[in-house]
Design a protein around this ligand. Structure first.
Ligand SMILES: C[S@@+](CC[C@H](N)C(=O)[O-])C[C@H]1O[C@@H](n2cnc3c(N)ncnc32)[C@H](O)[C@@H]1O
Length: 381
């Protein structure tokens, strides 16, 4: 099936992703230390002098959206690489300074590193807003050179063996498509009256799981061709715990249940047709951690260097229902508008806010069990 292009709300307006991505930004802040450590301990990509006469490091952010979070992630990566690279270093002073031999021997001693950053997202992403907000992008004084790369990361995006560092955050939970059997009235997986697999028959959940597996495997296969030997991939994936321990714990997909029931209320009130709701499903899946683990363990191209849940304690809070809803609105509005038209949007999100207010536990980060899983993979030689 052809990949569908869903993107976050563009522009800089009150409902834009730019203004409503604090949840994702908190996870990017929380991963800073882990990325710095990953680069300090593990960054020794294969760079041959003939292939790379200018000491060019190529970094890609896959699913970058419109900013500003992507800029923070890129800055962290570049600063960490720079702080481990000292131009004009000689073999002797490298050893004296106790610097990692593996990393420092890669670069010719008298050249400063240059960085080329590929910002990737779906073709419908608002790249203009992204480029307009590039920080410190002065004429003659750039920290890095920037390119936009449109297209789905489930397929190939770059030439073979060109990337030294790949980053992707809060994006791999987006599926390439809604699984087709859940849209088929004749299938036992037909997802009538819901927009997601939460609290749906097991066939619906299995269809989502299978789609996630297929997509994540395609992602790894494509990157295996594009990342140089020893190159790194830092993936931050929204997941759920394998088992929900406390009965008061809330599965993060409950959000989609509240949104789906707001749509069903509008159908019952005659504002949209029930068929329209039946034919709408979200291409999003929060995999249990073990699902991600199995896929990366089975792949033959990357070794797992780190896999850990990010500690979001100091970063993660939903101050109120409006902010909570606005984060999901920025992500889902365009998708919903494409299916139902724009006239229902304000009313739908007002109803959704009301449902969140009636279920305030969902705002409690100790109960809302979203786990931001950080996975560091290294391309095998
Ligand atoms: C929630 S945003 C995350 C943006 C940014 N990485 C951050 O952490 O704030 C998810 C992004 O993934 C992008 N995305 C989803 N599926 C994609 C795909 N198949 N290829 C490229 N980008 C994709 C969406 O368009 C969206 O911009």
């Amino acid at each position: 099936m052809e990949n569908q292009s869903f993107a976050m709300k563009g522009g800089e307006g009150p409902h834009s992703y730019l203004q409503n991505s604090s949840l994702q930004r908190n996870a990017i802040e929380a991963q800073k230390k882990v990325i710095e450590e990953a680069i300090a301990n593990n960054f020794n990509p294969i760079i041959t002098h003939t292939q790379n006469p200018t000491n060019l490091i190529c970094i890609a952010d896959l699913g970058c959206s419109t900013g500003p979070n992507t800029f923070i992630a890129i800055q962290t990566i570049i600063q960490a690489i720079q702080s481990h690279y000292v131009p004009n270093i000689t073999m002797a002073n490298r050893d004296n300074m106790n610097l990692d031999r593996k990393f420092y021997k890669l670069f010719p001693s008298n050249k400063t590193l240059e960085f080329l950053v590929f910002f990737n997202d779906q073709v419908s992403n608002d790249f203009n807003t992204l480029f307009k907000n590039l920080p410190n992008y002065n004429l003659n004084n750039k920290t890095y050179f920037a390119c936009g790369v449109p297209g789905s990361f489930h397929g190939r995006l770059f030439p073979k063996q060109t990337l030294h560092f790949v980053h992707s955050s809060a994006s791999l939970n987006w599926l390439s498509n809604v699984p087709k059997e859940i849209m088929d009235r004749r299938s036992s997986a037909w997802n009538k009256g819901r927009i997601h697999c939460i609290n749906a028959p097991k066939q619906v959940r299995e269809a989502y799981e299978a789609q996630f597996k297929e997509d994540f495997e395609s992602f790894l296969d494509a990157r295996a061709q594009e990342v140089v030997g020893n190159g790194l991939m830092a993936l931050q994936i929204p997941t759920t715990p394998d088992i929900i321990v406390e009965s008061s714990d809330i599965d993060p997909s409950t959000v989609f249940e509240l949104l789906g029931s707001s749509l069903m209320d509008m159908a019952k009130a005659g504002m949209i047709s029930e068929e329209k709701v039946d034919s709408f499903n979200l291409p999003l899946f929060f995999s249990p951690i073990k699902g991600v683990k199995q896929i990366v363990e089975r792949n033959e191209f990357f070794s797992i260097e780190t896999m850990e849940a990010l500690d979001l304690e100091n970063f993660y809070a939903f101050p109120n229902a409006n902010i909570f809803v606005s984060i999901f609105r920025a992500a889902l509005e365009d998708l919903i508008e494409k299916h139902f038209g724009g006239a229902i949007i304000d009313d739908l999100f007002d109803r959704f806010t009301q449902k969140v207010l009636e279920f305030p536990e969902i705002l409690n980060p100790n109960k809302f069990k979203l786990v931001m899983l950080f996975v560091l993979l290294k391309r095998k030689m």
